[in-house]
Design a protein around this ligand. Structure first.
Ligand code: HSE
Length: 399
């Protein structure tokens, strides 16, 4: 099968590398050789063996009947969306690592593919190299998924791990994550939680069969997490992780992204560095965990290349159940019950008047404030009670 690659950046060059390094085993599994005929990029790569394949016009690809699949690794909604649509309309299957494209236009593009017996696949868009889209789409299709809780952003997990292990500074660890090729072009999407929100929106869309708009996922990033918060977490034997979570409630799924303190007993406690993990609870499966390399060139390219193999093996037959473009109205995340940690300079009397029985955490090297661990309550109730205090310095959810 002859394919075209859109974008020769970190992921695109990784896909070319994977298809070359594992050429024989990939051909055996796919049933035929996979050859990159074109690479679309604005740049030239003099001296790189890819140079003879570089083209600067998408039309060259769309108009070539030999190209059966187009693989996109550019990122961003445009021009990726236009290229995806044009490829499918020209009878070419499409594989992408682009979560912005999938979160926004996935339903429409899957529908276009389905109508034409093509495939629109996006395993690499969530969890990097970890298989999670295909398992939710096929292996767990007999379950009603009741909970997905994931560490879905490698950059922030890397940063929180380093901040926790070495007391490192936020900017310094962000720079390291960028150098390692984990971060988005604009790392605001990582540290503010947008990247994880897009990913949990995609996973929730798969399990509920409807379009979950990522803008409606409640989202808090890690920019306000400080070294002092990490000290408190350690004092109560917990780690702070940026969790992306969706839960099935009576009136649909609720979803949120926020830093959460996890105890040692939690399955995601030991997920460190750039690793991602997704905990899934199905009504018949019970608990399941998917763990592995969540970002970076080759892990992501591994998932993209596997999608290409899937496309070769399923010509004329689309494999994604996907989701419809009907918008899923998310349930209010404030209905979820949990404990809350807060830092305050209010008096114990004021805290107990608001929250009743609580646990206190006082750190000798953090004078003038105290940590408070509340009992279990819904987020809505927490907000009501917290409004009675005048000096809350920080609030972090606790599992
Ligand atoms: N910036 C993303 C992350 C890349 O850090 O997880 C993989 O989607």
């Amino acid at each position: 099968m002859k394919i075209a690659l859109l974008g020769y950046g970190t992921i695109g060059s990784g896909v070319a590398e994977v298809l070359s390094v594992n050429r024989e085993s990939i051909a055996r599994k796919a049933g035929e050789e996979i050859e990159i005929k074109y690479v679309l990029d604005l740049r030239d790569f003099p001296g790189d063996p890819i140079q003879p394949k570089i083209v600067h016009q998408f039309d060259v690809i769309a108009e070539d009947p030999e190209i059966e699949a187009v693989v996109e690794a550019m990122g961003g909604v445009e021009p990726a969306y236009s290229f995806a649509k044009a490829s499918l309309l020209a009878g070419k299957s499409f594989a992408t690592s682009n979560k912005a494209l999938v979160a926004k236009c996935g339903a429409e593009l899957m529908e276009l593919a389905r109508e034409r017996g093509l495939n629109f696949l996006f395993e690499a868009s969530v969890g990097g190299g970890i298989p999670i889209i295909r398992p939710l789409n096929t292996s767990l299709s007999a379950d009603v998924v009741e909970e997905i809780t994931g560490i879905l952003n490698g950059t922030t997990n890397y940063m929180l791990s380093k901040m926790s292990d070495f007391g490192s500074d936020f900017d310094e660890v962000l720079k390291e994550a960028q150098q390692k090729g984990y971060a988005e072009a604009d790392p605001t999407a990582d540290v503010e939680g947008d990247d994880a929100a897009r990913k949990i929106a995609i996973l929730t869309s798969i399990v509920c069969g409807e379009q979950v708009n990522f803008e409606e996922v409640h989202k808090e990033g890690i920019t306000k997490i400080s070294a002092v918060d990490i000290k408190y977490a350690k004092a109560i034997h917990r780690v702070i992780k940026l969790l992306a979570q969706s839960r099935r409630c009576q009136d649909g799924y609720c979803a949120m992204v926020a830093p959460v303190m996890l105890p040692k007993s939690h399955p995601l406690y030991n997920v460190d560095d750039v690793f991602n993990a997704v905990f899934v609870h199905g009504n018949v499966l019970g608990d399941g965990m998917f763990y592995g390399s969540g970002a970076g060139k080759l892990p992501t390219a591994s998932a993209v290349a596997a999608d290409i193999v899937e496309i070769v093996k399923n010509k004329g037959r689309d494999v994604m159940s996907g989701w419809s473009s009907k918008v899923h109205t998310l349930s209010d995340y404030r209905k979820v019950e949990r404990r809350f940690f807060l830092r305050t300079t209010d008096s114990r009397e004021a805290v107990e008047e608001a929250f009743g029985n609580v646990e206190y955490i006082c750190l000798p090297d953090v004078p003038g404030e105290m940590g408070v661990l509340t009992g279990v309550m819904t987020e809505a109730v927490y907000e009501e009670k917290a409004a009675a205090l005048s000096n809350i310095l920080q609030m972090i959810r606790v599992e």
